[in-house]
Design a protein around this ligand. Structure first.
Ligand code: TXA
Ligand code: MG
Length: 337
């Protein structure tokens, strides 16, 4: 253990303290509206290396760079297409990451060797205060160990990063609960690389030219072009074997009871009841499900779950983001009844 990791409240003094840690090349846990991030000065190669090390993250997976205001975007990117401006006007600050051509000030380690960088201006006031106080662009992946569910509370960050980082700012539980929508631009088309709270439907309020990348809902096979490296990894996985079940609650109940052995659990909607097998619920609306999903996946680990059968979420709006994360947690195992 390198550090005696402190979970700190968001007093002015503590914000100044973590801003100073960031300036000094340390990495810290910071709240955002989506999930907690593991922040470092995006322009400091040694600091960014610490992120990859602490997470056990593959070197080919680029980091998102967080800014405190839209006005700073041009300091870090070569060019912003018109449609990106329109989207930024409507959704930034917020849970949207735009992949743009990077300037040299963003080192290769941060962009994993790509000539682009994902830029996000978080909505969370603490995230923006920390970035502003630090005065640097902040590279921040989700603050989980690589492969495990993203953290939506400061304690989740502590569970994964205890001893590896000096401090975490506690901003309560994240209001969105799934990571930002990641988009890139091809000609005048917007391509969704990772779905999030800013859904396809919301983007369509600005432009009809929206494509959902194949990797969002399909398992990549050899020969597929992978634009967003993060999408190729099995992800968000609790220790249990997660299986998604499509079908009504009666069929779900029957299937789970027939196939339950060892520590089997259900993950169902708030309005449902599951006889025969213990369960947790994750809301009824897509927004509630997004907010609670990672929390529940972490609870299953604490319960020692071996198998978790999940009631399939809606696949529209924010539900696409929930389904995308579940598909990865389940290694794409979906049973249709
Ligand atoms: O909500 C979020 O985006 C959170 C909070 C902390 O802001 N951050 C986050 O970062 O989820 P991370 O590193 O866990 O996920 C970043 C995703 C990965 O799938 C990565 O491959 C993709 O964004 N990405 C980053 N830069 C990219 C780029 N230049 N081109 C394509 N994909 C990129
Ligand atoms: Mg992540």
């Amino acid at each position: 253990m390198l550090y005696d990791t402190k979970v700190l409240n968001h007093s002015d003094k503590n914000i100044e303290y973590v801003a100073k840690l960031l300036q000094d090349g340390e990495i810290v846990g910071i709240p955002t509206e989506t999930v907690y991030g593991l922040g470092a000065d995006a322009t400091n190669i040694e600091a960014v290396k610490k992120i990859f090390l602490a997470k056990g993250r593959p070197q080919d997976n680029p980091l998102i760079v967080h800014l405190s205001s839209i006005d700073e975007i041009m300091d870090y990117v070569e060019y912003v297409p018109d449609i990106a401006y329109k989207l930024a006007e409507k959704f930034c600050p917020g849970p949207l990451t735009m992949v743009l051509k990077k300037k040299d000030i963003i080192p290769d380690i941060t962009s994993a060797g790509l000539d682009t960088v994902g830029i996000r201006i978080p909505y969370h006031h603490l995230a923006r205060r920390i970035i502003k106080a630090c005065g640097k662009p902040i590279a921040a992946p989700s603050a989980n160990l690589s492969g495990s569910p993203s953290p939506t509370t400061a304690m989740h960050v502590y569970d994964d990063m205890n001893g590896k980082i000096p401090a975490i700012i506690d901003g309560g539980s994240c209001s969105v609960g799934v990571e930002s929508t990641v988009i890139c631009f091809n000609n005048d088309y917007v391509r969704i690389l990772r779905p999030g709270f800013i859904s396809e439907e919301k983007i369509k309020e600005v432009t009809n030219k929206v494509i959902i990348d194949k990797a969002v809902l399909n398992k990549m096979v050899e020969g597929d072009i992978i634009i967003s490296p993060g999408m190729k990894y099995k992800h968000y996985s609790p220790k249990a074997n997660v299986i998604i079940i499509e079908g009504n609650m009666d069929k779900f109940t029957n299937y789970v009871n027939v196939h339950s052995e060892g520590a089997t659990y259900g993950l169902i909607f708030d309005e449902d009841k599951l006889e025969g097998v213990p369960y947790l619920t994750y809301g009824d609306t897509s927004e509630e499900q997004a907010k609670e999903l990672f929390y529940r996946l972490r609870e299953f680990d604490k319960l020692g779950a071996e198998t978790v059968y999940v009631r399939c979420p809606k696949k529209t709006g924010v539900g696409v983001a929930v389904y995308n994360r579940l598909l990865r947690a389940a290694g794409f195992e979906v049973i249709k009844l």
